[in-house]
Ligand binder design. Structure first.
Ligand SMILES: [Zn+2]
Length: 292
């Protein structure tokens, strides 16, 4: 269990569900060249890329504890979900997520808000759990905050072809049906300490979450970045991007704003260094571990 980050009276706790070699780098990043991979292998291996050139990813949520609220950012893959396209996520039956929540000092009943940075399968899974054959909200007291255009996009996809987006059917629509969703714009301010930053590209209306006050803050990125190699090459898109060119512009904009600043970056899919700082590096950016 990683130690929590402390920002004045707010703490941020990683809640890890899984860490695994996910996919061949060249497949995950379709425009990555063999030369680029060769050139960077020495610093990418073994943490970020395994010996078989597969991208290693962590699947994790971040729990934010403020004096007033307990907020979960994203909810990983979840249990009992039919995901035949992803064997590692198919019909999972693991207690790791719940144990990780317990280690962070909370239970599902304590969560006041769930913030969904975007509506992909590995970020909404624990929104719901199976109870007597029905999908019900995992966090019974929580309000789930989603971006309006993101929700509209995926709801339409589900209407057109439900088989292509099973996670919307089992992990998003039941939250709407249970009237637990709060639908906002992707530049929503939750309060003085928690603000959304629109980070579109990976999905249509993706948001990241800026926590704390200037000088003592952290940016929970969601999936605006998947691997530190996209720091070195910000334009490098991944295979499931909605608009890779826009995702590249988003990375440059966000990292320009936060590089060489005290802001801590919490990058959900980085297997280590998932809490780090960003610095300018050649024509891009690099990430360095923080002292906790
Ligand atoms: Zn993801």
């Amino acid at each position: 269990m990683s130690k929590p980050l402390a920002l004045d009276r707010i703490t941020i706790h990683p809640v890890i569900e899984q860490q695994l070699p996910f996919m061949d780098m060249m497949k995950f990043f379709p425009s990555l060249s063999r030369e680029q991979l060769d050139e960077n292998r020495s610093w990418l291996q073994p943490e970020f890329v395994d010996r078989d050139d597969r991208l290693v990813i962590c699947v994790q949520s971040f729990l934010i504890k403020t004096p007033h609220h307990k907020i979960l950012i994203d909810t990983c893959v979840g249990n009992h979900k039919t995901r035949p396209a992803r064997p590692a996520w198919h019909m999972m039956n693991s207690d790791r997520f719940e144990k990780s929540l317990t280690a962070a000092g909370v239970s599902v009943n304590d969560i006041d808000f769930v913030m969904c940075t975007h509506l992909h399968t590995d970020h909404v899974g624990w929104n719901t759990r199976l109870e007597n054959g029905r999908w019900v909200p995992t966090f019974p007291r929580a309000t789930y905050i989603m971006a309006d255009r993101e929700l509209a996009h995926w709801t339409q996809r589900e209407k057109d072809n439900p088989q292509s987006v099973p996670w919307i059917t089992d992990s998003v629509l039941p939250i709407i049906a249970a009237k637990r969703a709060k639908v906002v714009r992707s530049d929503f301010s939750f309060d003085d300490n928690i603000r959304f930053i629109p980070t579109p590209g990976h999905t249509i209306d993706h948001y990241s979450v800026l926590v704390g006050r200037t000088g003592k803050d952290a940016l929970i990125t969601g999936d605006m970045i998947h691997s530190p190699i996209q720091g070195k090459y910000p334009e490098l898109g991944m295979l499931a991007d909605y608009d890779s060119a826009q995702a590249g512009r988003t990375r440059r904009q966000v990292f320009d704003r936060f590089c060489d600043e005290p802001t801590i970056i919490c990058a959900a899919h980085f297997p280590s260094l998932s809490t780090c700082r960003v610095h300018r590096w050649q024509a891009g950016y690099k990430f360095t571990a923080i002292e906790k």
